[in-house]
Design a protein around this ligand. Structure first.
Ligand SMILES: Cc1cc2nc3c(=O)[nH]c(=O)nc-3n(C[C@H](O)[C@H](O)[C@H](O)COP(=O)(O)OP(=O)(O)OC[C@H]3O[C@@H](n4cnc5c(N)ncnc54)[C@H](O)[C@@H]3O)c2cc1C
Length: 471
C-alpha cells in the first residue's frame, strides 16, 4: 500500500485518534493518522482526570499500569458544594478512583502504543477537504491527497472534517470566561478536589500529586473574551470570592481562558466517514468527561471497523452511532447540569434553587447513578427484547479458572467466550470463569457483553459470525 493510502485514515492525534489508531493497528489494520501539529508539539494539558471505565479500557490493552506508574494522585471521591458526594471508592472496579493525569501523559502512552503497533503518523498535515466516491474517502492536505476505505474525524471541537462533509454541530455556548491554570499552592485545602461557589464565583482545585494543582475558576462580575490573557490576580480573586482564600496560588506552569459549549452532531456517521471525540460532541468540563468519552467512542468504533474490513456484516458499523450518540447526549446533559448548578450556586440570589438541586442530587440512588455516569462504569448500550438483560452492559472484570483475569484475556483484541462447553471459534478466545454462575457470555473486544444466556454453542457461533465474518 502506498504511503498516501491506508485502510483507515484518522484525522487528529489527540486522545481519541491515538486510542483508535492503537486499537486498529493492533488488529492488523493499515492505519494512518494525519495531524496538523508538528511532531513533538503536545496538546495543552486540558483534561486532567482519567475515570474508572477509561482505566478499565486501558487495562484491556495492557497500558493501565504504564499510566499509573507516572504517579498521579488517585482521588477516592468528589464532593460538590459541600452537598453532593460521589464516593468513587465504592465503585466495583479495579480502579475505584479518579486518576489525576494530565492529558499529555495520556497521549504519550497512547502514542507509544499506537506507533509500536505499526500505526503511521504524519505531522504538519492539516486536512482541508474530504470527498467520498466509489466507497473510498479522499482527504486533501498541504502534503497531498490521502485515500482510505474509511476515515475518522478525531480532529477536535473545531473539526475541519466535520465542516468539509457539511455535518452540522448544533448547540449553544453555556459559560464564558472560565479560567484554567496549573499552579502551586502555599496553603492547600484539606481535601482534594475542593469545589465551592458563592458570591457570584466558583472555583475548583485538585491536586495533581506532582506539586501542582489544577484550578478552574469563574467570576460572574469579571467576564472577558477568550483571547484576553489571564492574570494570576484574576484567578486569585475568583478563588477568594468562592472559598474565602486563594490558597497562596503561585508559579503557574500554564494559565488560560476558555468558554464552554454544548454541542453534538446529529449523526456520528456520514457514508464512510465517522466522527468521534470532540469532533462529535463537546460539553462543559464539569465532571471531567470529555477526553474519557472520546476514548470510549474510539474503543466502540475500532473493533467494528476492524471486523468489517475483515468481512463482518457492514451493518455492524451503524451500531456505532446507535450506541455512542445516546451516551454523548447523556454526558452533555449531566455535565451541563453540573456547570449550571455551579453557576447558579455561586449567585446568592439563586442559592436556594442551587441548594435544592444539590439536595435532590444527594439522594443516594441519584448519587449512585451520577457516579456510574461520570466514572463511565454505569454506561450501557441496551439490549433487544429477546436478549438477556446482561447484553449491552459493561463486563465486570472476573477471575478466570487459569488464574488470569477477563481484562487480561481482552488484551488479545478479540471476543472472549466465557463458560461455554464448546471450544471458542478462531475469531474468539475461550475462557472459563473461576466462579461460573451457569450463564455463558460473549464479551466484545470493547469490554461490553454482546451475548449472554444458558450455554448455546450454535447461537454463540451465529453471534460471532455476524460480528467477525469468521466462523
Ligand atoms: C479547559 C478544559 C478542561 C478539560 N478538562 C477535562 C477533564 O478533566 N477530563 C476530560 O475527560 N476532558 C476534559 N476536557 C476535554 C478534553 O480536553 C477533550 O474532550 C479531549 O481533548 C478531546 O479529545 P479529541 O482527541 O477528541 O480532540 P483533541 O484533543 O482536540 O485532538 C484533536 C487533534 O486533531 C488535530 N487537528 C485539528 N484539526 C485538524 C485538521 N484539520 N487536520 C489534522 N489534524 C487536526 C489537533 O491538532 C489535535 O491534535 C477539557 C477541555 C478543556 C477545554
Amino acid at each position: 500500500m502506498s504511503d498516501q493510502q491506508a485502510e483507515v485514515v484518522i484525522v487528529g492525534a489527540g486522545p481519541t485518534g491515538l486510542m483508535l489508531a492503537g486499537d486498529l493497528a493492533e488488529a492488523g489494520v493499515e492505519t494512518l493518522v494525519l495531524e496538523k501539529r508538528g511532531a513533538g508539539i503536545s496538546n495543552l494539558s486540558r483534561a486532567f482526570g482519567v475515570h474508572a471505565r477509561t482505566m478499565e479500557m486501558f487495562d484491556a490493552r495492557g497500558i493501565a499500569e504504564e499510566l499509573l506508574s507516572r504517579g498521579g494522585a488517585r482521588l477516592p471521591g468528589i464532593r460538590l458544594f459541600n452537598r453532593v458526594s460521589l464516593h468513587l471508592a465504592e465503585l466495583e472496579t479495579r480502579f475505584p478512583y479518579l486518576l489525576m493525569a494530565p492529558q499529555y501523559d495520556v497521549e504519550r502512552v497512547l502514542l507509544r502504543r499506537a506507533t509500536d503497533a505499526g500505526a503511521r503518523i504524519r505531522y504538519d498535515c492539516a486536512v482541508t477537504d474530504v470527498e467520498q466516491a466509489d466507497g473510498r474517502v479522499a482527504l486533501t492536505t498541504g502534503r497531498g491527497r490521502f485515500t482510505a476505505a474509511y476515515a475518522v474525524a478525531a480532529d477536535g471541537v473545531g473539526s475541519g472534517v466535520r465542516k468539509a462533509i457539511g455535518m452540522p454541530y448544533p448547540g449553544e455556548s453555556v459559560l464564558e470566561s472560565i479560567m484554567l491554570a496549573d499552579v502551586r499552592l502555599a496553603e492547600p485545602p484539606a481535601e482534594s478536589p475542593a469545589i465551592h461557589g458563592v458570591n457570584g464565583a466558583f472555583c475548583f482545585v485538585a491536586d495533581f500529586g506532582d506539586g501542582y494543582w489544577r484550578v478552574f475558576a469563574w467570576n460572574s462580575a469579571d467576564q472577558r473574551g477568550d483571547d484576553e490573557p489571564v492574570e494570576l490576580d484574576e484567578l486569585k480573586e475568583a478563588a477568594r470570592l468562592a472559598f474565602g482564600t486563594d490558597f497562596g496560588m503561585r508559579d503557574p506552569r500554564w494559565i488560560s481562558r476558555f468558554h464552554s459549549d454544548e454541542r453534538q452532531v446529529p449523526e456520528y456517521r456520514d457514508g464512510n466517514v465517522f466522527l468521534a471525540g470532540d469532533a462529535a460532541h463537546c460539553h462543559s468540563p464539569a465532571g471531567g468527561q470529555g477526553m474519557n468519552t472520546g476514548i470510549q467512542d474510539a474503543a466502540n468504533l475500532s473493533w467494528k471497523l476492524a471486523a468489517v474490513l475483515r468481512g463482518a456484516d457492514p451493518a455492524l458499523l451503524d451500531t456505532y452511532h446507535a450506541e455512542r450518540h445516546p451516551v454523548g447526549k447523556a454526558v452533555l446533559r449531566s455535565s451541563g447540569a453540573m456547570i449550571r448548578l455551579a453557576a447558579e450556586r455561586s449567585k446568592l440570589k439563586a442559592a436556594i434553587g442551587g441548594l435544592a438541586a444539590a439536595a435532590a442530587l444527594s439522594v443516594k440512588p441519584i448519587e449512585r447513578k451520577a457516579m456510574g455516569m461520570i466514572s463511565g462504569v454505569g454506561i450501557h448500550y441496551g439490549h433487544g427484547k429477546d436478549e438477556d438483560a446482561l447484553v449491552g452492559t459493561r463486563a465486570r472484570d472476573t477471575a478466570l479458572a487459569d488464574g488470569t483475569r477477563l481484562y487480561e484475556a481482552l488484551r488479545r483484541g478479540r471476543f472472549v467466550v466465557l463458560d461455554s462447553a464448546e471450544a471458542a471459534p478462531a475469531a474468539a478466545v475461550g475462557a472459563a470463569s473461576a466462579a461460573p454462575d451457569g450463564l455463558a457470555r460473549v464479551v466484545r473486544p470493547d469490554g461490553y457483553i454482546g451475548w449472554a444466556g444458558p450455554d448455546d454453542p450454535a447461537a454463540i457461533r451465529d453471534y460471532l459470525e455476524t460480528r467477525t465474518g469468521e466462523r
